[in-house]
Every structure is written in C-alpha cells, then in structure tokens.
Design a binder for this molecule. Sequence first.
Ligand SMILES: *[C@@H]1O[C@H](CO)[C@@H](O)[C@H](O)[C@H]1NC(C)=O
Ligand SMILES: *[C@@H]1O[C@H](CO)[C@@H](O)[C@H](O)[C@H]1NC(C)=O
Ligand SMILES: *[C@@H]1O[C@H](CO)[C@@H](O)[C@H](O)[C@H]1NC(C)=O
Ligand SMILES: *[C@@H]1O[C@H](CO)[C@@H](O)[C@H](O)[C@H]1NC(C)=O
Length: 383
Amino acid sequence: MSFTSNVNVLFVCIVISSALLYYLSLSFSSTSVSTQVAHTHFKNELSTHNTSLKNGLTLVDSQERFPEIVVAVVACGDRLGETLAMLKSALIFTEWWQPLRFVIFSDDVLMPSFKEKLTEWKLLVNNTLEFELHPITFPKKGNAEEWRKLFKPCASQRLFLPEILKQTDSVLYVDTDTLFLSPLKLIWKHFSAMNSSQMAALAFEHEDPNTGWYNRFAHHPFYGPYGVNSGVMLMNLTRMREFHWEDYVIPVYKEFKLKITWGDQDIINIIFHYYPHKLYIYSCRFNYRSDHCMYMSVCKSAEKEGVAVLHGSRGTFHSEKQPAFTAVYRAFEEYQLGTDLNQHLEMPLKAYLEETSGTNCGQIHHIFTQAMDKYILHSTVLP
Ligand SMILES: *[C@@H]1O[C@H](CO)[C@@H](O)[C@H](O)[C@H]1NC(C)=O
Ligand SMILES: *[C@@H]1O[C@H](CO)[C@@H](O)[C@H](O)[C@H]1NC(C)=O
Ligand SMILES: *[C@@H]1O[C@H](CO)[C@@H](O)[C@H](O)[C@H]1NC(C)=O
Ligand SMILES: *[C@@H]1O[C@H](CO)[C@@H](O)[C@H](O)[C@H]1NC(C)=O
C-alpha cells in the first residue's frame, strides 16, 4: 500500500519536474524551444512523443504561459494575395502550442475569399488558429468619407483599432506588404520589455540622416531624429485607450492634413513627437525595407541576426526594382501550407535569392534566411 503510494508520489514528481524542466527550457532558450517542438503549427509530434511529458505540459501550458499572439491587418482592393502570403508566413513561424489569432479588416469584396482560405488553414492546423473578419468601420465622430480617402484604401482604419477592438488587449499590426521571416514570439516579446508608459513599438524610418525622408522633407513634427515607419507596430490597445488615442488622431489630422504625405504614418509620427516616452523603439530587423540595403547595408541588427519581418513597402514585392524582395515574396506565395518547409520553402527561396546576388540587396541575401535556417533546422529535428 505504502509502496504503491510512494511510487505514485514519485511518478507525480517526475511528471511535474519534467514539465518544469520543459517549461524552463522554453522560457530561457529559444533554441531549445525549437528543438523540443516539432514543425511549427503543423505537427503535434511532441504530444504523441512522450505521454508523461505531454500530460505534464498541460499543467503549465496555459494561456498565461503562452499568451495568445494577435496579428491585425487591414486589407482592401487588390491586397488579397499579399495579405494571404503574410498570414501564411505568420502561421509558418508560430509553433503549434502557441495560440494565434488573426484580426482582419477588409472590404466586402474580399471577405468571402479570406473566409474560405482561413477556414481551410484552420482545419489544416487542427483549430489552433482563430480568426475574426471585420468590415472597415470608422468611429461615428469623424467624417468617414474623408478618412477613407486619407491614404491608400482603408489604411487609416488602424488608427481606430483601440476604439473598435474594445475587447482586445494588444495586437501586432502589420501592413499587408510584410512577411514574417522569424518566429512571431520574438516580436511579441517586446511587449514585456516595454515600461509602463510605453503603449506601442515601432522601428525608425531610416538609420542615417543622409537618406532620411522626414529629417529632409517633412513639414510637420515627427518622432526622433528620422521619424518612425508604421508598417510593423506592436499596439497595446489597453494603454492606447487609457491614453484616449482617438482624441488625438482627429485634431492632429485636422491641423496637419495639408502637410502630411504618408497619411496614417505621419499622424503616428506627430502624436509620438509630442509623447515620445509612450513609444518603444525596436531595431530595424523588425521592419526591414529596401532602404536598408538599396545603396549599402545599413541595418546592423539584420546583418547580425537576420531579418525578422520583411516589409515590401513601395511595391517592392511586385516590382523589378528589388529582385531580392520579389524573390522572398515569390517563395512564400508559392509555398503550400502543410508541406515540408525545408523542401518547399527554404530550398526554392535560396535558389531564387541566389539569382539576385548581383544586386545590392541580393548580395547580402543570407540575412533573409538566417532566422529561418535556425527555426526550420531545429523544428524538424526531434530530440
Ligand atoms: C490533426 O489531427 C488529426 C486527427 O487527430 C491528425 O491525424 C493530424 O496529424 C493532425 N494534424 C496536425 C497538423 O497536427
Ligand atoms: C517519457 O519519458 C520518460 C522520461 O524520459 C520515460 O520514463 C517514459 O517511458 C517516456 N514515455 C513514453 C510513452 O515514451
Ligand atoms: C498592456 O497594458 C496593460 C495595462 O498596462 C497591461 O495590463 C497588459 O499586460 C499589457 N499587454 C501586454 C501584451 O503587455
Ligand atoms: C519609459 O521609457 C521612456 C524611454 O526611455 C522614458 O522616457 C520613460 O520615462 C520611461 N517610463 C517609465 C515609467 O519608466
């Protein structure tokens, strides 16, 4: 009797300690996260691999440990293909145990296509994905038509996310012309690095004064020495609501509407010019644009650790101007979710990039695959 209960106690201890060890390895080393975890969202191998570990894991695998990552995007007009490529890259770079939610604002025309594709993907990843589709909505107090025309179709929508997503604490907002090239949790982690006054995170628009747009041409205030680019933005919506963000957007727009060039991005720059302590700055690898390599390589963090989020601003995913950007986009667009990442994404991507090595951005093409190499290598090799 006492022998049996001792064995039980021992067993429980082993389960708990292996769970703890597993959790510790998750929290302290991103490499071992990938080593333990199979194949991103697509293979639940760990759970069949070792039952006791799996049971142990449920003890610690709570929403608290792995908070949901929410990716928000606003897509209208001809942005469907681009947005789906971005969402696909987000799924690729999210492990199966990581809760993931897509919040998509779109015009009515695109709505059915998003619904169809995301329903298909959700089945493919066994419902570990949640998604919400919202119509473009403006707050009652502004002039809806004026906002609609402010920038590219519906781009000002995201200025109203704190008001419209009242139930949501935080989102990672991205432009449709972005692609994730590294695990989303690396970006999301910046939320915990923010201090209590910071409500958003952005990267600088430029790294040096000679090519900076804002410092040379802007006729309105902007953040810091070179301004910020708003294409990849962590938004703590709770804090933005506490700040009453919307109350600043409309007066700023009214005051500067004749002076702003880049629409919503300029409004964001103006607000953070007056409230700089509310903004957290992350490095250029989290919003890597062709400006970072078109003349010479200026983004040191990407050289060191690889590009984390690629941003094909000014049409670079679709034009011939930056073949390296087009090559990355092509590989993601062609990749079918659920198929082997090494064979069907990484290998073609490297081949396409190889062809661009004669260009300025192409000659440093390893920076586009550096983070992916590490992720795929570890995620396919089980312990
Ligand atoms: C989804 O669940 C099915 C049935 O339980 C299983 O056969 C399949 O391998 C799972 N797929 C993934 C990607 O986990
Ligand atoms: C799981 O791992 C533990 C400890 O390594 C081992 O004792 C147990 O037999 C394994 N269970 C299975 C189902 O492989
Ligand atoms: C956002 O801010 C609120 C209020 O300060 C805080 O409770 C919450 O944890 C923050 N969210 C994230 C993801 O850090
Ligand atoms: C947060 O960091 C910013 C920028 O370093 C600073 O200006 C601000 O005072 C800090 N806030 C707190 C509460 O520490």
